[in-house]
Ligand binder design. Structure first.
Ligand code: ZN
Length: 176
């Protein structure tokens, strides 16, 4: 994509000039893959269950897309940071709280340095822009096709922390 005509005048110029600098250099290690959807984020820190991982800043309003995160009934944002590399898992390490705009370690498990940074996409997404077959490796806890909270059973959703807008839409669907 780069059309830079390199007229290298210093020895400090490297290929990294075509990438954005890490947004969370002390927290997140990004493993980039040329294979679509195979990139991922890994933790550089160990933190206790339930603690703040980082605030969510620098977002911009967006239409629903495969990189966007749903923040309300009809609202979506782009993260514009390395948080976008946090993949879905059915046994996630993080909760993305889009009401308080913060990322927390899940309430029932400590985060260890080296762990994949993941969250349960249906905790924010009612209907995924691009449903996918999950390969999270969570064994029988893996939910298979992930297409958002809309089609998931309440009993399954109850095993996860959910954003307020998803809670509300589930209650509405169930008529309670
Ligand atoms: Zn899974």
């Amino acid at each position: 994509m780069s059309t830079t005509t390199t007229t290298t005048t210093t020895t400090t110029t490297t290929t990294t000039t075509t990438n954005k600098p890490p947004s969370h250099p002390t927290l997140i290690q990004v493993h980039r893959s040329p294979i679509p959807f195979a990139s991922g984020a890994y933790s550089l820190v160990s933190l206790p269950a339930g603690s703040l991982f980082c605030p969510i800043t620098g977002t911009t309003p967006s239409r629903k897309a495969y990189t966007s995160v749903q923040t309300g009934r009809d609202t979506h944002i782009e993260l514009n940071s390395d948080l976008v590399y946090c993949n879905h898992s059915c046994a996630p390490t993080l909760d993305f709280d889009m009401a308080r705009m913060e990322v927390r370690v899940v309430a029932d498990r400590d985060l260890k340095a080296g762990d994949p940074l993941t969250f349960f996409y249906p905790s924010s997404e009612w209907e995924m822009d691009q449903p996918f077959q999950c390969t999270c490796g969570a064994g029988e806890k893996c939910r298979g096709v992930i297409d958002g909270a809309k089609k998931m059973e309440v009993a399954v959703l109850r095993e996860y922390w959910l954003n307020p807008h998803i809670e509300e839409m589930v209650r509405e669907r169930e008529g309670v």
